[in-house]
Design a protein. Sequence first.
Length: 208
Amino acid sequence: MGVYINSIYIARTDSQLLEIMDTESVQVLRGPQGTLFGKNNTGGALLVTTQLPNTEDYEGEVATRVGNYGRVDLKATGNIPLIEDKMAARVSLNSTNLDGYVKNTYNGDKYGDEDRLGATARVIWQPTDTLNADVFYYWSKINENGAGFSCVYQNPNGVFNTFTWPGFTAPNSYQSRCNASEEESKDTKVLLNGPTQFEMTSQILGLT
């Protein structure tokens, strides 16, 4: 499925932090959508449209969310008229933070955390009835550790993917190791000695 923000295609799924958007509408188009949106939209298209700036009134909104594991989210949006009936700007800022739920006893890092910061800005200019300009800017930054490891036997009756057979419970089998790890974790802390950090910055600039 292709994702579009104000008709701009978002090529990478890890750049699609849609929760930071100052959203006006979301359209979900069932696939295929190759005729209108190209060959990479056989699964459909998701069209996100942000709020259009208001040239007449000042507006503002602030929202927050708090919860367990250090959850603190903040979102602020503002509308600023620049030239009466001709030009206005709308800015949105979003911060998402979560401490994580698995602690690394090796260095104290926490896994499964969220650390995201994003901003959008949209400026419209309408000098005449037949000419208008719409500028859209999107910026996001992610700096997180991956989710904590888990020990799950995916296919206990599988033959080829784990090279075992039904009923096989040898001491060195994956299932036995998984069960042993599960028992130990009930009384001791889990040691993770390798970080799985995810860090990325994305930017989009569009002019219509």
